[in-house]
Design a protein around this ligand. Sequence first.
Ligand code: NAD
Length: 498
Amino acid sequence: MYELGHFIGGRKVAGTSGRTANIFNPATGEVQGTVALANEAELAAAVENAKAAQPAWAATNPQRRARVFMKFVQLLNDNMDELAEMLSREHGKTLDDAKGDVIRGLEVCEFVIGIPHLSKGEFSEGAGPNIDMYSIRQAVGIGAGITPFNFPGMIPMWMFAPAIACGNAFILKPSERDPSMPIRLAELMIEAGLPAGILNVVNGDKGAVDAILAHPDIGAVSFVGSTPIARYVYATATAHGKRAQCFGGAKNHMIIMPDADLDQAAQALIGAGYGSAGERCMAISVAVPVGEETANRLIQKLTPMVESLRIGPYNDDKADLGPLVTKEAQTRVTGLINRGVEEGATLVVDGRDFKLQGYENGYFVGGCLFDNVTPEMDIYKTEIFGPVLSVVRAKNYEEALSLPMKHEYGNGVAIYTRDGDAARDFASRVNIGMIGINVPIPVPLAYHSFGGWKASSFGDLNQHGTDSIKFWTKTKTITARWPSGIKDGAEFSIPTMK
Ligand code: NAD
């Protein structure tokens, strides 16, 4: 048993609110630790530390700020095994997948090493008589990040790396389900040379989130989690005058055209649908084969693959996927599978009764495959966030395209085809943020931006890439005139360039 508090002012501190939450081992169902849940006063203390440290950090030249991330990247690599183990033990995902979680965050840290270049301003010489005009990007001040359970390494880094590289101080409020990893990241940032107070981790639940949203000194809030909370955080943060970017849930489709390489498509569906037990916002949860023949052949290929998925605890190095994160998640996912059966979908592979010897109390759900799912069904409309793939049969390409187009969510989508024309048409017309062409999980790399459309995202700017630099800085434009030798009188009308 361990007790986790917060990380404020460059060190670990115990919680003082008297409220805690249990941290479970998803593979066994046992409580392995507790995490403190911060109150308003603890959040305010973190903000005070951030406020005291931020001006000097913003005044540190960008090359020096970049060097902290160079060292941090090295520390992440040096400690990779320990980090993956820490992450998996609370999340439940396999060790390989946990390393991917860390590496996808590390890649954004590598990206922000370019901060001297990324944050350069613009300059226009001779914008008017003796006038130069220049725009600079200055840190917002104090930023905050509220993160979900499913990527406890990657998503915190997606937020704090660009925010801190831009000269902000940062308050991270991680998921209370797997909070060890973010505290460890903060320790490593200090080891890498970050001044105390620039990165603070405040653990908590709704109380801590509400305190962040209402705090007058926090200028920008980044949120990743489920859509109802993303909507709430966006509305509340902006009502308090903060800039906000809030990323929500998903229902990602994969269209399989009749000319696609079906072996390749089936492999892709297995990895993208069942990897990390389906607990990924970019998981493929709906397969849309075009034409009856494609559908029949696809089901034939998928069925034995789903039946033979290897499910185990994180340290089983042969496991394809682990358990779900909590008992509630297991109950919710099983309930949705029951709902699909009631609604008349065909449950081709039923993983509801999956049991693993020695891990009977773990939150496991076996891989499930539904056929004949229709757009009216709850299992189609709802994000299941479990190892469940739904097959919706489409008669033709236009019908297939209309499915993701009409869906509430718009995070990611993929098309499998050998026809460049169809792929190009699809990418151009579909109203979704991230598109894969023969790529099942099209998560953009660190130097492009990540973000969905429709109910998957609220706010204008995406995560990482150049959008993140814009989000964590404010533009200031300076018009300077050095009128040596020129004398003119007062001007009462607005100056123009006529
Ligand atoms: P969640 O919405 O339950 O929690 C996210 C964060 O919000 C946590 O830090 C949590 O403590 C906090 N929170 C929970 N309830 C709250 C409330 N009532 N008021 C204020 N704050 C609250 O999400 P989760 O279950 O941790 O994560 C899974 C969800 O995240 C899925 O819907 C998934 O699609 C989504 N997700 C989206 C992306 C993306 O980039 N679009 C990435 C990863 C995960």
